[in-house]
Design a protein around this ligand. Structure first.
Ligand code: COA
Length: 168
């Protein structure tokens, strides 16, 4: 059974990887699906986000999980891949409101599709991509929040940007 874990992953964090690891222990065919678009401003391109998820899985020793990108409704990529279940992490009450709304909307459009929600481990409950980007922008330590390849990409992104700004 193919199960999708969709998200923006801008960038992927240890919180996401925690969900991937646990979902991959439950489901035999897990696909991380990186959404090309987001309502938020994106720091990394789709190709970069796919590359960082792929490399992070390797660095975390997670095997048997594939990575793809999509630029469509979630229900459309699910229909294309034949997946009937998607996974999402639920960190707090605030996530619940958003996830419930998405669940209802997806259910109206595609009643055959179901969501399964996993709680992150305690150490990742506060974590978000925004938090990680903010810490990176101040040059803070990221090693407990992201994999080495993501840390490197964030450093490069913020270092290069600050040089660009300084040059102007
Ligand atoms: N640990 C740590 N952080 C987590 C997490 C976890 N387990 N799960 C989620 N997050 C954080 C992310 O870091 C991110 O933080 P940010 O808000 O600071 O950026 C936030 O929660 C959500 O990010 P993510 O999990 O990557 O998902 P998303 O909410 O950006 O993804 C889609 C949403 C892509 C699944 C949704 O927009 C979608 O389905 N899009 C396709 C179009 C569509 O069908 N739209 C209609 C839907 S009804």
């Amino acid at each position: 059974m193919t199960v999708l874990y969709p998200g923006t992953f801008d960038p992927v964090t240890c919180g996401h990887l925690d969900i991937v690891r646990r979902a991959s222990e439950i489901f035999s065919e897990l696909v991380v699906a990186v959404s090309a678009r987001s309502s938020k401003d994106l720091l990394f391109s789709t190709a970069e986000r796919v590359g960082l998820v792929t490399q992070s899985l390797k660095e975390s020793g997670i095997t048997g999980v594939s990575v793809t990108s999509f630029d469509s409704l979630l229900i459309d990529i699910m229909r294309t891949t034949g997946a009937r279940i998607f996974i999402r992490g639920l960190r707090a009450n605030t996530d619940f409101e958003y996830e419930f709304q998405m669940h209802l909307a997806n259910g109206k459009m595609a009643p055959e599709i179901s969501g399964i929600y996993l709680m992150p481990s305690e150490s990742n409950i506060y974590l978000s991509s925004t938090l990680v980007k903010e810490i990176a922008s101040y040059g803070g330590s990221l090693s407990t929040f992201v994999t080495p390849c993501v840390e490197k990409a964030l450093r490069r992104m913020f270092h290069d940007n600050s040089q660009t700004k300084g040059d102007r």
